[in-house]
Design a protein around this ligand. Structure first.
Ligand code: ADP
Ligand code: MG
Length: 572
C-alpha cells in the first residue's frame, strides 16, 4: 500500500477535510441522546410543551448540521478515492505497456485485467471507507462511553464489558471470514479467466460442439467460488445475532440498574434513555468498523497485487541507436522462456543482408515464432548475440525497433474502426496514398475497394473479414510504416498459392526493399528465399537455398516432398 500512497498526492486537502467533517458529524450525533434526555427530564417531567418543541427543533438542527457534514465528508472522501484510483489505473496501464512479453507471460493477461479493474476498485473502496470511518468510529465508541460515564459513572463497567465482548466477537468472526474472502477472490480470478477464454474462443467451442463441456468446467469453478462465498456468508451471518444479543444483554443490565437508580433517586429517567441510546450507537458503530476492517483487508490485499505489477520491471533495456539498413545477424543464439523448460530454440546462426529474403520453415512448435520474435526484442536471447546493421541489438532504441521492424504475427489482430484507422495504427502521419500503396502491395486493395475503400468498417477483431483477408490487412498495416525489416510469421497461411506468390513479388519490388523474413510451414512460401533456415524442435537442421537443402537436409526434403508429392513421383 505504501508505494500506492504516492498517488494520493494532490488530495491532501480532501484527506484532511473528509475525516474532519466525519468527526464533526460524530460529535453532533453524540449530542442527540443528551437532548433527548433533557426532553424527558425537563420537558415531559414538567409538561413544558414549548421546551419540548424547542428541543425538538434543536434535534432537527443537529440532524441538518450532521447531514451537511456527512455530505461534505462523503464528497471529499469520494473525490480523493476516485482521483487516487484513476491515477493508479493510468499508471498501471502505462507500466503494463512498458513490460516486455516475457513479463506479461509470467503474470498472465487475465490476472492483469483483474488487477486493473476489480483490484483497483477494491483499493478505491478501501480508501473511501477509510477516509469516512477511521475518524468517526473511535469518536463514537469512546465518545459514547465517556458521555455515558458523565451521566452515570457506575455504568462504565457495563459499557466497558459490552464493548470488549463486542470487539472479541467481531474480530474473531473476521479472523475466520477474511481468509475465506481471500479464497473467494482467487476463485473469482479463475472464473474470470475461464469466462474470458470461453468468450474468446467461442467460435471454436461452438464449432467443436464443446459448449456442454465448457459449461460444466465453468460451473465447477463457479460452484467452488459459491461454496467459499457461502462459507464466508455463514460465518458472517452469526455476527448480527451475536452482537445484538450482547448489546441487548448490556441494555438489560443498564435498564435494570437504571431502574434501581431512578427508584433510589440517583439518576433521572431521561438519563436511562440516554444510556440506552449510547449503547445502541456503539453497536452500530462497531459493526461498521468491522465492515471497514473487512474492506480494508481486501483493499490491502488488492493493493499488494497491484504493487506486484509495479514492482515487475521490464527486463529489456533499450539503447538509442537507429536502424538504418536492416542487416540482421544471429550468432549462436538461444532463447529460453521463463515459464518453459529448456531452450525453445538454440544454436541459431545466420546472416541476412539488406533486402534479402529469409525463409524459416519447420513444424508447429519448432521455434519459428520464437526465432523471429527476438528480432524486434519481443523476447530477448538467453545466449548468443543478435546484431542489427552490425551493432548489438540492445543498443537500438525501442522506437526504432518498433518503427523499422514490421511484424505480422501468426494471429491476425484488427481493431474496430475503418480500414484507414487500422492502417494508421501502423504509423500515424501517413497519406491516403501511402495506405493505398501498402494495400496494393499486400494484395488487399482489390477486395477493399470492392467493399467501399478506405472507409470500409472493420468490426471488432475483424470478424467481418475472412482469415486470408485479415492476414492481408495485417500485412498492409505493417507495410505502411515502410519497415527496413519485415517479418511475416505464418501470416500468409490462409492465402492461396497465387496470391501468396504475388504478395512476395510485390514486397520484393518495394524500394527500399525490406529484409524479409517469411515464416511458414509451406515449402512453396519459402522455396524462393535467398536463404532458408529449417528448424526442428528448436534446432537449426539446415541453412541454405532450396536447391542446397533438397540435397543436404532430410527434414526439408520431407517437408517439401510431403507437399509436392507429384514432383517427387515425376522425378522418379
Ligand atoms: P512455432 O512458431 O514454430 O510453432 P514457437 O516458437 O511458437 O513455435 O514455439 C516453440 C516452443 O516454445 C514450443 O515448445 C512452445 O511451447 C514454446 N513457447 C512458445 N511461446 C512460449 C511462451 N510465451 N512461453 C513459454 N513457452 C513458449
Ligand atoms: Mg509460430
Amino acid at each position: 500500500m505504501k508505494k500506492l500512497l504516492r498517488y494520493m498526492k494532490g488530495y491532501r486537502v480532501q484527506c484532511i477535510l473528509g475525516p474532519l467533517f466525519k468527526a464533526l458529524e460524530a460529535i453532533f450525533e453524540l449530542f442527540v441522546p443528551l437532548v433527548v434526555k433533557s426532553i424527558i427530564d425537563v420537558g415531559i417531567a414538567n409538561s413544558d410543551k414549548p421546551y419540548i418543541l424547542k428541543m425538538c427543533g434543536l434535534l432537527v438542527i443537529l440532524a441538518v448540521v450532521g447531514l451537511s457534514s456527512t455530505l461534505v465528508a462523503q464528497y471529499f472522501a469520494a473525490k480523493a478515492a476516485c482521483g487516487f484510483s484513476a491515477k493508479v489505473r493510468s499508471a498501471l496501464f502505462a507500466h503494463i505497456q512498458s513490460l516486455s512479453y516475457s513479463e506479461l507471460d509470467s503474470m498472465g493477461t487475465s490476472s492483469l485485467v483483474t488487477r486493473m479493474t476489480s483490484d483497483v476498485n477494491q483499493v478505491q473502496n478501501g480508501v473511501n471507507m477509510f477516509l469516512r470511518l477511521f475518524s468517526r468510529s473511535p469518536f463514537i465508541v469512546f465518545g459514547a462511553m465517556i458521555m455515558a460515564a458523565r451521566i452515570d459513572r457506575s455504568t462504565t463497567l457495563v459499557f466497558g464489558t459490552t464493548i470488549l465482548l463486542l470487539l472479541i466477537v467481531v474480530f474473531s468472526i473476521m479472523a475466520v471470514t477474511v481468509p475465506l474472502q481471500k479464497k473467494v477472490q482467487q476463485k473469482l480470478e479463475k472464473t474470470v479467466l475461464l469466462a474470458g477464454e470461453n468468450l474468446f474462443g467461442v467460435r471454436v467451442i461452438r464449432a467443436l460442439s464443446r459448449e456442454n463441456e465448457e459449461e460444466e468446467n465453468y460451473n465447477a469453478y463457479n460452484k467452488a467460488m459459491t461454496k467459499a462465498l457461502t462459507a464466508a456468508g455463514r460465518v458472517s451471518a452469526v455476527m448480527n445475532p451475536l452482537t445484538y444479543a450482547i448489546v441487548n444483554i448490556g441494555i438489560i443490565f443498564l435498564i435494570y440498574r437504571g431502574a434501581l437508580s431512578v427508584e433510589a433517586g440517583l439518576i433521572s429517567q431521561g438519563a436511562v434513555i440516554a444510556l440506552y441510546n449510547y449503547m445502541a450507537q456503539i453497536l452500530t458503530e462497531l459493526i461498521k468498523l468491522a465492515n471497514l476492517i473487512v474492506t480494508i483487508t481486501k483493499a490491502l490485499a488488492s493493493a499488494g497485487r497491484i504493487e506486484a505489477v509495479f514492482e515487475t520491471k521490464s527486463s529489456v533495456v533499450y539503447g538509442n541507436e537507429e536502424i538504418k539498413e536492416g542487416r540482421i545477424e544471429f550468432k549462436n543464439v538461444s532463447c529460453k522462456y521463463k515459464n518453459g523448460c529448456g531452450n525453445a530454440v538454440s544454436g541459431i546462426n545466420f546472416n541476412a543482408k539488406n533486402g534479402e529474403v529469409i525463409g524459416i520453415i519447420g513444424g508447429t512448435g519448432s521455434g519459428k515464432s520464437t526465432l523471429v520474435n527476438m528480432i524486434p526484442r519481443f523476447y530477448d536471447a538467453s545466449e548468443g548475440e543478435i546484431l542489427i546493421d552490425g551493432k548489438d541489438i540492445s543498443s537500438f532504441s525501442k522506437e526504432t525497433l518498433r518503427g523499422k521492424i514490421g511484424v505480422v504475427p501468426q494471429k491476425s489482430v484488427l481493431f474496430k474502426g475503418t480500414v484507414a484507422e487500422n492502417m494508421r495504427m501502423g504509423a500515424e502521419n501517413i497519406s491516403d496514398k501511402d495506405i493505398e500503396t501498402a494495400l496494393r502491395t499486400a494484395q488487399a486493395y482489390d477486395f477493399i475497394s470492392e467493399r467501399g475503400g478506405m472507409d470500409t468498417d472493420i468490426e471488432a477483431a475483424g470478424k467481418n473479414f475472412s482469415g486470408g483477408q485479415k492476414q492481408r490487412l495485417c500485412i498492409a498495416r505493417a507495410l505502411v510504416k515502410k519497415p527496413s525489416v519485415l517479418i511475416l510469421d505464418d501470416s500468409t497461411s490462409a492465402l492461396d498459392f497465387a496470391t501468396d506468390a504475388n504478395l512476395r513479388m510485390a514486397i520484393k519490388e518495394l524500394s527500399p526493399c525490406p529484409t524479409l523474413f517469411i515464416v511458414s510451414q509451406r515449402a512453396a512460401s519459402v522455396m524462393h528465399a535467398d536463404k532458408i533456415i529449417v528448424l526442428d524442435e528448436g534446432r537449426p537442421v539446415g541453412v541454405g537455398t532450396h536447391k542446397e537443402l533438397l540435397e543436404t537436409c532430410e527434414v526439408y526434403k520431407e517437408i517439401y516432398y510431403s507437399q509436392f508429392r507429384k514432383d517427387k513421383e515425376a522425378a522418379r
